[in-house]
Structure formats: C-alpha cells, structure tokens
Ligand binder design. Structure first.
Ligand SMILES: *Cc1c(COP(=O)(O)O)cnc(C)c1O
Length: 718
C-alpha cells in the first residue's frame, strides 16, 4: 500500500527518521568532527559510534526485501537496477573531482577502475552502492536456497573473515598464512569492508527482523541495545589501543548493536516519510562534494579558521550545505512526482485510461470503527471483541481491516488458516490470533514462532500436536451439536486429558452455534441446547479443579440473538462488516451497524441492439424492444455471482437499477440501461453499496452476504 492512510499506520516512521541521523553520522566520519578538540574523542565518535550508520542502511535494505525472497527475483532485480543507476549517476558527478585528484593518471588505470567500481567505489564513500548490490544478491540467493537462519550463519562467517582484515588485522598479521591470504584479498579490494564480507550480515539482520515481527517487550530491546553499545565502545577502544586496526568499520558488537537498534526503530510506526529517504540518500551522495565546496568558499572568503581548521565548524558547514542542497533536490523530486501523478490521474474519468481501476472496492473505515463501537456496547462489560478477519476479512482486505482494528484497540483476531495468521503477524498485528481451522502438526514450530493460538479440533489431533514437543497456545473446540470440528461435549475424559497435555497450554475453550441466526422456535430450542451442552462441559472442567480458560460461543448472530450470554469473547465476523447474512433476518437485538464495503465498476462500452437480437453466451437474453446495453468489466471471476444472470440481479447506475442482461461471463457483464438517462462510457456502476445491500444481492443469488463478500476476486483493486 502506497497510500498514506493515518488509520493503517503501517509505515516505519522510526526507520525513515533514522535514515537522516545515519546520513549525518556519515558526514561526521568524513569531516572528523572532533579532531580540533580531542583526537581520542573524535576516534570514539567517528571510528566507533558513527559506524552504526552504514549497517543501519544495509539492514533497511534487508528488511524491506525480506518478504519477497520466496517470490520471483523481480524485487532483487529492481533493487539492483535502482542502486546501479544511482551508483552510475554518482560516479559521473564525481568525475571532475577524480580528475582534480589525479585519479586517472595512475599506472594501472583500467584494473584500478574495475576494482574500484566493483568494490571500493571511485570516490571514498561510493563503495556503499556496489556493497549493497553484491550483499543483497548474496543474501537473496542464499535465503532462497537455505532459509534465513542458515544464511545468517553463513554471513556471520563471512563477517568473521572480514573482521580479521579490518579491526583485528593486527592479529592476522602475526600469522604468516593469514597474512598472505589477506594480502591477496587487498590486491582486489582495498578493504574487507565490502559487499562480500561486510554487507551480507547486516542485510540478513534486516531480513530476520522483518520475519520476526512478533511482539516482544520493548524493554528487552532497549536493554539489548544499551549493553551491546557499551560492549562495542569497549571493543573499539581496546582494538585501537592495542594497535590492531587496519581499518575500523567492523566490530563484533556492531552486529547485536545493529540488531537491537533496528528492532527498536520498527516499534515507531506512523506516517510514511518517503521524502526523508530521498533526502538522506542525497546527503550521503553529495556530502564529499560539499566538503570541496566548503573548502573553496572558505578560501574565497578568508574564513578557513572557522570552516576548515575548526573541525566542528567544518562539520556544520558541510552538513548545512548538504542539507540545503538535498532539501532543494527532494522538493524538486516531489514536484515532478506530483505532476506525474496529476497527469496520470487527470483523465481517470475517461474509461480508456482508467486501467487498473477497472473494478474496485471502497472500504469505509469510519463505518468499520463505528461497528466496533456498536458491538462493544452491546457486549457484556468484561467480554472482548475477537475480530474474525478470515478470507481477506470477508473480502474487505485483511491487511487494511486488521491494522485499522488493531490501531483502535482490538486485541484479538480469528483467522481460518495458519498462513492467514502469519500474514497478520507480518503486518505487525499484536495480541491474540486464533486459528479457527486445522493446521498440519508439522507446522507446530511456526505456531510458536508467530505466537499463534491453535484450535484443537479433536483429542487425537491435540495429542499429535503435543507430541511435536513444542510449546503451543491453544483453544479447545467443543462440539455441542454442529458436528463439524471439536471434541464431543460428553467426552469429559478427552477434554480433561487435553488440558493435561505437556506442551499445550490451553488458554481458551469454545463452541460454535449453527442455527443462532434463526428465531423460529425449534431453532431457538436447539441453540439453547447447544449452549447448555457447552455449559455442562465448561462446568465439568471447573469441577475437576482445572483453571478455567477464556470461554466463547457467540459469533455475530450469537450476539445479536443471545446478547445475554456472559463470555470472554464474541467472535464477530459479518456484523463487524456491517451487514446481516440475509436481508429478511430479524434479530432480538438489532444494532445500528453500517456496511463497510462497496464494490464498483465502470461502464466501458455502450451499444444498442435491435428487437430480436441476443446477448452473450447461450444467447440467453433476447431483446423484446430496441435495447441499450452497457458492458461492465466485472465477471464471476471478480466475485459477482453467476447466478445473478438473466435479470436475477442488478447494478445501480445513476441511482437506478440496471438489470443484468444475459449470462454473466468470467470477466464481463452486460446490463440493460434502456430506461436510464445520462449513462456514458465511464459512468460508475455499483454492484454493492449505494442502495444495493450485500444481503439483498446475495439473496438474489441464492446465497448469503458472507459468501458474496468473501468471494470478491483478488484482481479487484482494493
Ligand atoms: C467464521 C466464524 C465466525 C464468524 O462468524 P460470523 O457469523 O461471520 O460472525 C465465528 N466462529 C467460527 C468458528 C467461524 O468459523
């Protein structure tokens, strides 16, 4: 999602801000900020502390690349392309300085240039770009092949090899064999701080953090950072004092330091600050040029004493020049971008250019929040809302829905599958996530890793899961008459045995009602029986001296028709999305719920057919008069039920019903607009919303809202 939606708040504000901090740390390194006052102080500031900057940038790359390792290589290709372009551009702008420095008058010019382009950079700070490209490529393919854990181990190994050519070079110098190995390495690359030895480990760290966004207490990270930072300081001072350093980019404790710092930054979420990325990147690229500019200007104005000889003055002059230059550049970029967006958006009303907007969903998050409030008000005080977001949140988009709900304080979620659960964690969802369905026991490790709560669907399943030897949170499901999943409520022995399984921690027990939506007497009696069966099972647990976990039995209709039940959770799905399953449903506690979703498309073609002509497959529609037809780019693959064909369903155009003419195709639908004035190509047609309620549309299709919504196709733009 590129939209900056205040409600979703997925963006990593902390990372964006720290990019700027890191860029100015790099400037401090290259201007040796404190040398005028104390060499010692400068060493600690720039040769140790500021060394965190580049690993941070590398971790950022790994972090945002990570979710796509399993997919095709296009994300990597995109990164390589982008970095190469920036690198090439930077090389070009530094050519004048290279000339001035006599770069091109060395003896072995060609080999030197190749070596610099691949490893060292043609200017001292440009090594970063080939390092990202090489490092990211290494991590990408290792992760694809061996998984992130083994990849991390391999990158640690490379880093260890690198460190003995960097801050611990003094040690390898004492070993003749090692010395000769490093001598060969240095013939190819000036330092081991490059894309092979240095970059991979930090890119892998970013990937690990991205993969493990489970809520661990922030305090642990703060402690971890403080401790590793202190150790890094000590390590840096020791190796410098001992005279071991050849170069000082690599420390052992730089690794935990980067890990904890980056993890901490991921906690700070909010608005996306995309412009800070450009800004910090430009500062990084441009600051050596600004060093030259400051020198020149100082000479011209006779202010060398303040801006060159004084290192702090020098630092600030270079920083301010770089910042101003970068700011102007960033603003110009934004302007160009905005103009591009504008020119792309301007003809959007014209269907010809409205590609990608063929058919789309509109989600009203205010209504979603409103529904949460209404449901909470209807629930007993101690009961919590468990938001059911399975099947892409009933077609609404799981990401948008869950993140919005999490933000407004919903702390419990239910999904159908483990993969949906993992996806939620990747979105940064905190709190309990209950998997309502079956999970293969071989995936027990993932249940624990992502802190997901598994439903135990039978005693046999529970004991099999237990035998994996991995501690897991679970809710027991009780079958009280639906005869789908769960342990039979009468099997007291099985229920008790489940509680006593060694590795499984039971934090909840629940059941599901199968006719709670109906108010006919027989169904009410059945539901009452289910409820009392559940009670019986729960009471028996209490009597056998086991601590009672959380209990829940109501889904949406359970709450609307049996609001007096006192449970710990209500598992609300369809009600959360503001609709009933069927249009004529009466409930005991009607609530002011508002529909969250609209499904819309556009007329892409209008044609008139003569009396007697037919439309579509099977020639199922024959015009009884001269008929005006609008073609809509939506078909059953997008989720419009085929059973609405031939006038069983309609869409709204200009506030009027346009009945479906002929059979709905996989990608197209024709509607009759003979009696609707002012329809042109490009006019919006509403399938759900604007007076067409999902329950009505679903009912016309012989189904319920739940099915209609959850079947909205993945190619519909959300
Ligand atoms: C899907 C599901 C729900 C949610 O049902 P709604 O009727 O949409 O509220 C609740 N519990 C279980 C077990 C489910 O599978």
């Amino acid at each position: 999602m590129d939209n900056n939606n205040a409600c979703t708040g997925k963006a990593y504000t902390g990372i964006d801000y720290f990019r700027c901090v890191a860029a100015f740390l790099v400037v401090a390194i290259h201007t040796s900020i404190f040398t005028t006052y104390s060499e010692q102080c400068d060493m600690i500031a720039t040769r140790i502390i500021a060394r965190i900057a580049v690993p941070f940038f590398l971790a950022t790359t790994g972090f945002f690349l990570a979710p796509s390792y399993s997919k095709d290589n296009s994300r990597l290709a995109k990164l390589v392309k982008k970095m190469s372009a920036i690198y090439a551009f930077s090389i070009i702008i530094y050519i004048p300085i290279n000339i001035y420095n006599g770069y091109f008058s060395t003896e072995y010019l060609l080999p030197n240039i190749i070596k610099d382009i691949v490893f060292d950079g043609t200017m001292y700070h440009l090594w970063y770009f080939p390092a990202v490209i090489i490092g990211a490529t290494i991590v990408w393919f290792l992760t694809k092949k061996f998984g992130i854990k083994r990849t991390f181990a391999a990158t640690l190994f490379l880093y260890a090899a690198g460190i003995f050519g960097d801050s611990l070079y003094g040690v390898s110098q004492k070993i003749p064999f090692a010395e000769s190995v490093y001598r060969h390495i240095f013939e190819v690359s000036d330092y081991t701080r490059n894309g092979i030895f240095f970059a991979p480990v930090f890119i892998a760290i970013g990937a690990i953090i991205s993969d493990r966004r489970v809520s661990i207490s922030i305090k642990k990270y703060v402690a971890g950072f403080v401790i590793s930072f202190i150790f890094m300081l000590a390590e840096g001072i020791i190796v410098h004092r001992a005279g071991l350093v050849r170069h000082d980019s690599m420390y052992i404790f730089l690794i935990p330091c980067t890990y904890y710092l980056f993890s901490l930054l991921t906690f700070w979420r909010g608005e996306r600050k995309a412009s800070l990325r450009t800004f910090s990147l430009v500062v990084y690229i441009i600051h050596p040029l600004m060093i030259v500019a400051v020198r020149l200007l100082a000479k011209l104005t006779g202010t060398q004493e303040i801006f060159i000889e004084n290192s702090v003055g020098h630092y600030f002059a270079v920083s301010i020049f770089s910042a101003v230059f970068s700011l102007i550049f960033t603003l110009l970029c934004q302007k160009v971008k905005r103009r591009k967006i504008k020119s792309a958006a301007a003809p959007a009303d014209n269907m010809l250019t409205a590609r990608g907007q063929r058919t789309w969903l509109e989600i009203n998050q205010d209504n979603l929040k409103h529904n949460v409030q209404i449901l909470k008000n209807a629930m007993p005080e101690k009961c919590e809302l468990m938001a059911v977001v399975k099947a892409q949140a009933y077609g609404h988009g799981m990401y948008e829905t869950a993140v919005c709900l999490n933000k407004i304080g919903v702390k419990a979620f239910a999904v159908a599958t483990i993969d949906e659960g993992i996806e939620l964690r990747r979105y940064g969802i905190r709190g309990e996530i209950l998997i309502l369905g079956y999970t293969d026991v071989r995936r027990a490790k993932e249940l624990r890793r992502y802190q997901l709560t598994q439903t135990l669907i039978s005693y046999k399943y529970a004991s099999l899961l237990d035998s994996q030897g991995i501690s897991i949170n679970a809710h027991i499901k009780i079958d009280t008459g639906m005869h789908r999943l769960g342990i039979d409520y009468r099997e007291a022995g099985d229920i008790e045995k489940t509680f006593k399984l060694k590795h499984i921690h039971i934090s909840g027990i629940y059941s599901h009602l199968c006719v709670s939506d109906s108010l006919n007497a027989e169904d009410i009696a059945f539901t009452q029986k289910q409820i009392s069966n559940f009670r019986q099972a729960v009471d028996r647990i209490g009597q056998s001296g086991l601590a009672l976990p959380k209990i829940h039995i109501q889904s949406s209709y359970g709450l609307l028709n049996y609001p007096e039940l006192e449970c710990d959770y209500v598992r609300a799905g369809i009600a959360l999305y503001g609709v009933l399953s069927s249009p004529d449903d009466k409930v005991r506690k009607p609530l002011d719920l508002r529909p969250v979703l609209s499904l819309k498309t556009k007329v892409i073609l209008i044609r008139t057919i003569e009396k007697g002509e037919t439309i579509g497959y099977g020639r199922a529609f024959t015009a009884s008069r001269k008929t005006k037809i609008a073609i809509l780019p939506i078909g059953y693959a997008d989720g419009i039920p085929r059973s609405l064909s031939c006038g069983k369903g309609y869409v709204m155009i200009n506030g009027k019903r346009a009945y479906i003419a002929g059979r709905i195709c996989m990608d197209q639908t024709a509607v009759d607009i003979t009696d609707i004035p002012d329809v042109t190509e490009g006019t919006t047609a509403t399938i759900i919303g604007d007076g067409i309620l999902a329950p009505t549309a679903a009912d016309n299709a012989g189904s319920i809202s739940n099915e209609l919504l959850s079947r909205i196709g993945s190619r519909v733009e959300r």
